[in-house]
Design a protein around this ligand. Structure first.
Ligand code: UDP
Length: 194
């Protein structure tokens, strides 16, 4: 079920239900965009039609903020719980290790994605890391970066360029990357890398 909040459709799924939905996306093999929408994104989408349209094109939008969860409840259409980028990424990486899905980490300063991948590999033995790439490249390198992702055939692509830059990147490049699921995760690589 989707809940319309300020013109953006938010999925009324808890973290575990979100993971199950992502598993279906991976099985389909077709490209899917997941947004964990925070209050700032939602607020900016009010005045920016392009941004609200971008959110509308996503396959799944999770409520990444207690204020969003609260507002949905007050509006009479509750969503079960807050689903943040870091929580979703961590849970999906755990599931990836179980299912054999491969992951690609794109974003953050040079070296950070490597560190995050190493941390995840320690925490989840057997995890298949398809590749990593930093997030400091020019617009004219965009296609090259998407091509590098494609060469590694990841199932899950985590993009940490900050919102909404990462969502725009995914919107433009997801098909080219060949990944089944892309999720924008903001500053999460920095958190995991420590
Ligand atoms: N970042 C990047 N390329 C850029 C701008 C930012 O890779 O051109 C990275 C930055 O290093 C950080 C993340 O994107 O790891 C943004 O984190 P932030 O917490 O600001 O994002 P938010 O959670 O606010 O979306």
């Amino acid at each position: 079920m989707k809940v319309n909040l300020l013109g953006v459709n938010i999925d009324a799924l808890d973290l575990e239900e979100t993971v199950r939905q992502v598993a279906e996306y991976v099985r389909s093999g077709l490209p899917h965009h997941v947004i964990t929408i925070n209050p700032e994104f939602l607020y900016n989408a009010q005045a920016d039609r392009k941004l609200s349209d971008l959110a509308g094109r996503a396959d799944l939008v999770t409520p990444d903020g207690v204020g969003i969860v609260w507002a949905c409840r007050v509006a009479g259409s509750p969503v079960p719980e807050r689903v943040t980028g870091i929580d979703l990424m961590t849970r999906l990486v755990k599931q990836a290790a179980v299912e054999g899905w491969s992951i690609f980490l794109l974003g953050a300063a040079p070296g950070v994605a490597e560190e995050a991948a190493a941390r995840f590999s320690l925490d989840y033995p057997g995890l298949r890391v398809a590749g990593v790439h930093h997030g400091y490249f020019n617009d004219n390198e965009e296609a090259k970066v998407a091509g590098k992702v494609r060469e590694t055939h990841p199932d899950l692509l985590f993009v940490a360029l900050g919102a909404p830059k990462q969502e725009w990147w995914i919107d433009r490049n997801l098909r080219e990357t060949g990944a089944a699921v892309a999720v924008g995760v903001g500053g999460s690589f920095d958190v995991v890398a420590g």
